[in-house]
Design a binder for this molecule. Structure first.
Ligand code: ADE
Ligand code: ZN
Length: 309
């Protein structure tokens, strides 16, 4: 198995239907169905929002520190089996705070799992862009007592209509705290979202970024500054950001000299973990070992743990 780092992974997106059912039973939560195949059968998405609706609904089963511990432990085990040697893991505290789950349970469970997990791993706190910049600032301030438990901040959830520029202040505060910065941009939003992520949020990596390819000047900037893009091929197909894997622009991104990485995004929903994404690129796009090795090398270079030799 090719060693790799995973840099675009939402821990809540690793919640497999089996764990949804187990946690619902443990927490005495009623579900529309306890049949894992019936849950999985709902995973057909028209776009990002239709996925997010199911993603937020399912995560209602996550209530206690133990639930977050079990979720992250299961991911780390699967990731190790897929050749992951280092993971930078997103989490969505607002999606839990808004349900009355305290930050202590989220941080407690996730950081204990990472400590016990036997893999190099770190947490990145994401702001839900559709909940607006004021709430993002509130959650960052509430998380600062846990400052040592996360390495950076990100921006996720519904993209179009919530441009990065709305979040300038909260990213400035994060930067002043010494936090690393990433942002989803150019998944459904256009190249202007990627420009704003770079210029206004001072993002050090762009999550997805596939639509950056529509703007040659932006491609030149990403290449010149070696700004990594965390591309998620199976996600893009499932959320219809691309018509099919065969149409994916990833090989062209690599040919442009961009620091492209391959990641799984929300593997419980999109039909595969990170190495499954690599394999799909080989199978559907005929990408070579050489190309896939380059992408895997990029993943370490693009990680916040990377130290040049
Ligand atoms: N949250 C979880 N997965 C996401 C994605 N692919 N885009 C935006 N927000 C997300
Ligand atoms: Zn994502």
């Amino acid at each position: 198995m090719r060693p790799k780092a995973e840099l675009h992974l939402h821990i809540e997106g690793t919640l497999e239907p089996e764990l949804v059912v187990e946690l619902a039973r443990r927490n005495r939560i009623d579900l529309p169905t306890f049949d894992v195949e019936a849950i999985r059968a709902r995973y057909s998405f028209a776009n990002l929002q239709s996925f997010l609706d199911v993603y937020y609904e399912n995560m209602a089963v996550l209530r206690t520190e133990e639930d977050f511990y079990d979720l992250a432990t299961a991911y780390l085990r699967r990731a190790a089996a897929q050749g992951v040697r280092h993971a930078e893991i997103f989490f969505d505290p607002q999606a839990h705070l808004s349900r009355g789950v305290p930050l202590e349970a989220v941080f407690g469970g996730l950081s204990a799992a990472l400590k016990d997990g036997g893999m190099s791993a770190a947490l990145i706190l994401c702001f839900l862009r559709d909940r607006g910049p004021e709430e993002a600032e509130e959650v960052l301030r509430a998380a600062l007592p846990y400052r040592e438990r996360f390495i950076g901040v990100g921006l996720d959830s519904a993209e179009v209509g919530y441009p990065p520029s709305l979040f300038r202040r909260v990213f400035d505060i994060a930067a002043a705290e010494g936090l690393r910065r990433v942002a989803h941009a150019g998944e459904e939003g256009g190249p202007d979202y990627v420009w704003e992520a770079l210029d206004i949020l001072r993002a050090e990596r762009v999550d997805h970024g596939i639509r950056a390819m529509e703007d040659p000047q932006l491609v030149a900037r990403l290449r010149a500054e070696r700004i990594p893009l965390t591309v998620c091929p199976l996600s893009n197909v499932r959320l219809r950001a691309v018509p099919s894997l065969r149409d994916h622009i990833l090989p062209a991104m690599l040919d442009e000299g961009l620091v492209v990485t391959v990641n799984s995004d929300d593997p419980a929903y999109f039909g595969g973990y990170v190495d499954d994404n690599y394999e799909a690129l080989r199978r559907e796009l005929g990408m070579t070992d050489d190309q896939l090795d380059r992408i895997a090398r990029h993943s370490f270079e693009a990680s916040f743990a990377y130290e040049p030799a």
